[in-house]
Ligand binder design. Structure first.
Ligand SMILES: NC(=O)c1ccc[n+]([C@@H]2O[C@H](COP(=O)([O-])OP(=O)(O)OC[C@H]3O[C@@H](n4cnc5c(N)ncnc54)[C@H](OP(=O)(O)O)[C@@H]3O)[C@@H](O)[C@H]2O)c1
Length: 477
């Protein structure tokens, strides 16, 4: 077996197969391998004409067919399968070879694997790949971690097969260790928030206007021509206008209202809790899916009193504009929180992640691709250490322009009993983060009262405790 392939892909289910084809279509010689040989054989049988594939039945032949330093993309079921494939690969590889895990690994597994492979003299590159099967074939957004050194030889290949926006690749070096998979995880969390916000906007329009799904689809199509332009808004317009062939009803009306999840939203929320970063938009979106699937609770709750009032929409156009502005403002909050989470993890792990570059590589290929990501990149270019995206002048102004609408929409929804957890929690976050003084002072006092947890004062340095059960004197501790 001559070592002539520039890149190898092992794991040729839908994602691996499409990534391999993408490399081949870009002129690379691609070694292909799969645990069960049939998948590898059928890839070459069906798509061999798209480029130069080197087919191997055994892992040893697959590795032997690769040029040094070898670059092996592992695209198998995340979890134990990834470890099994790595264990098989490691004894066959040599110093300086690169193993790329392009599956949806949890970043803590990536940190563990990177350390283990480093001890073998190998580079391990945990890489986020977003865009599903379509993106894998035609250009995904790619978020590689690992060593900078590995990016020097691997990066150009990944950049070449990634999506391009204005000629710029949607792939860049993210940072060492688990940084790539971490950023992909937060990307997915933001995707949850974005989808939930869109769903709430739809619900508001449906209930407030009494409009049909198709009419709302037209509103979304119109929104897609402005600041909200994004893959998810465009998709929503399409879905809402789709008619179910079997019943002739709006498709959205025949779909069971129980949203599922594969787990990346949950991972993001758990990590937000660990880091102490309030990612309320992502959390509400994740819990909203959980609530939708809580069938016994929903059945028991279906008859609960409402005490709502009719939503009186007098000016339909003004109402639609209110919802649009509230959606935009809530979306800015969700992204602002997600970027805070990236900053916190980056600081904790010493990853040095450039948040502006992350927004740039999400502009194409991935699910949250959107026009306003350019504005986020510009904000971090103005100030790389920006502590709050909402405080960037562009976003401050954009949100301020929609504040009255946002408040009207959330208040109207509460009065009419329309659940808008992501809209309302985003507004609460906004009001919390801009507050000069929070009732956390009372919480801190309570903590000192029952647990002697101490407190600080606004007028003096030091840490204090009040003798609550005694004479209530204050001591400095
Ligand atoms: N980024 C995205 O948008 C996106 C979308 C979908 C999936 N993914 C991620 O991409 C990865 C691949 O996804 P997928 O849907 O293409 O495939 P998948 O269904 O997650 O996994 C199937 C692949 O894993 C292999 N495999 C399973 N257990 C194995 C083991 N113990 N040893 C060796 N190989 C094993 C299978 O080999 P056999 O053919 O021999 O069974 C097959 O090639 C996953 O991590 C998934 O989470 C990402």
């Amino acid at each position: 077996m001559s070592a002539r392939a520039q890149i190898g892909v092992t794991g040729l289910a839908v994602m691996g197969r499409n990534l391999a084809r993408n490399f081949a279509r870009h002129g690379y010689t691609v070694a292909v391998h799969n645990r069960s040989f049939d998948r590898a054989r059928s890839l070459v049988a069906e798509h061999g004409g798209e480029g130069d594939f080197v087919l191997s039945e055994s892992m040893a032949d697959f590795v032997a067919s690769l040029e040094r330093p070898r670059k092996v993309v592992v695209m198998v079921k995340a979890g134990a399968a990834t470890d099994a494939v790595i264990d098989e690969l490691v004894p066959l590889l040599e110093d300086g070879d690169i193993v790329v895990d392009a599956g949806n690994a949890h970043f803590s597994d990536t940190i563990r694997r990177e350390r283990a492979l480093r001890d073998h003299g190998l580079h391990f590159v945990g890489t986020g790949v977003s865009g599903g099967e379509e993106g894998a074939l035609n250009g995904p957004s790619i978020m590689p971690g690992g060593t900078r050194e590995s990016y020097e030889s691997l990066g150009p290949l990944l950049e070449e097969i990634s999506a391009k926006v204005d000629g710029v690749p949607c792939c860049t070096y993210v940072g060492p260790g688990g940084a790539g998979h971490f950023v992909k995880m937060v990307h997915n969390g933001i995707e949850y928030a974005d989808m939930q916000l869109i769903a709430e906007a739809y619900d508001l329009l449906r209930r407030g206007l009494g409009a049909s799904a198709a009419e709302i689809g037209e509103i979304f199509a119109e929104w897609n021509r402005g600041d909200l332009e994004s893959f998810l808004i465009e998709t929503t317009a399409d879905v809402l206008r789709h008619v179910d062939a079997a019943t002739g009803q709006a498709f959205v009306d025949v779909v069971l209202d129980q949203a599922e999840q594969k787990g990346t939203g949950r991972w993001t929320v758990k990590n937000g809790l660990d880091l102490g970063v309030p990612i309320t938009g992502i959390a509400e979106a994740t819990f909203a899916r959980a609530l939708s699937g809580s069938v016994p609770q929903r059945t028991a709750g279906a008859g609960l009193p409402a005490h709502t009032r009719e939503w009186e929409v007098k000016d339909r156009e003004a109402f639609v504009e209110d919802v649009r502005l509230a959606l935009y403002a809530s979306k800015v909050v969700a992204y602002s929180q997600g970027f805070d989470q990236i900053a916190a993890a980056s600081a904790e792990n010493g990853w040095g992640i450039d948040r502006g570059a992350m927004a740039r590589i999400w502009r194409g290929g991935c699910i949250i691709r959107a026009r306003f990501l350019d504005r986020i990149t510009e904000a971090y270019e103005r100030d790389a250490g920006l502590p709050l995206l909402l405080a960037d002048p562009y976003f401050t102004e954009a949100v301020a322009g929609g504040l009255a609408s946002w408040r009207r929409v959330v208040a109207g929804a509460a009065g009419s009993g329309v659940p808008v957890p992501a809209f309302s929690s985003s507004l609460a976050y906004y009001d919390g983060v801009r507050a000069r003084r929070l009732p956390a002072a009372l919480v801190q006092a309570q903590r000192d009262f029952f647990g002697a947890h101490t407190y600080k004062r606004v007028d003096r340095d030091g840490t204090f405790h009040t003798d609550w059960s005694g004479d209530r004197t204050e001591t400095e501790v």
